[in-house]
Design a binder for this molecule. Sequence first.
Ligand code: AP5
Length: 226
Amino acid sequence: MRLVFLGPPGAGKGTQATQQAEQRGLRYIATGDELRKAIAAETPLGREAKAYTTTGRLVPDDVIIALVRELLEQPGSGRGVVFDGFPRTIGQAEALDRLLEERGEALSAVLYFDVSAEAVVQRLAGRRVCRQCGATFHVDSLPSKRGPLCDRCGGELYQRDDDRPDTIANRLRVYNEQTASLLDYYRAQGLLVRVAAERTIDEVRAAVNAAIASAVGGNANGQGPA
Ligand code: AP5
């Protein structure tokens, strides 16, 4: 099973994609997470990506495509993959088709997280992330029981640099200009499944399970072919 989770920044893709990957035993590939790791480690990739991510612009396609190729070549992608935040341009989508074709694979479904700009702003402004394990919280909808510390590992929670109001506005603009056209790209291939994502996290999880079941089989509780 190879799934793409597509939608505006803050739509809840990461929250749902990590759960689905865990539940179904799939590899989780999030280009944003990989870039943040590279930035923290000050690798050449991190140094190149930093100027783009902190202003909400997209990292160039060739850099991202090389990164995804490398990730797919690592062991552990055989059973399936959930792609989160990739692809984000038509060029990336075409490259993903080619990368999968080389491996004798193809996408199973693309889940589009449909959510308003107002909800996105509210979700991103309240997001807090664990510096240690990467778990994501929200000050209102998913607060950590340990306040400023992570529920899971006790790490410090922080606000992402790109979750500031001016950068959020830019990320939304970039999404509309460069990523929204992927909806037509995948609709034309019969892969696009809409998920009404402006509901509680549990309700969205049920909708994601149903969307996957409708696209690739299995039941709406998240059990089925992987
Ligand atoms: P990336 O890390 O991919 O960010 P994004 O796509 O903007 O997505 P987010 O992680 O912000 O949001 P999400 O949809 O995962 O929401 P989440 O589940 O966290 O990219 C960052 C940057 O890296 C880009 O701007 C770009 O510069 C670069 N980059 C990355 N990939 C690239 C690529 N392919 N090409 C080029 N450049 C690339 O949820 C958000 C908040 O809402 C959380 O607090 C959560 O708890 C809460 N929440 C989730 N669901 C709900 C719900 N149902 N109800 C209420 N609250 C909810």
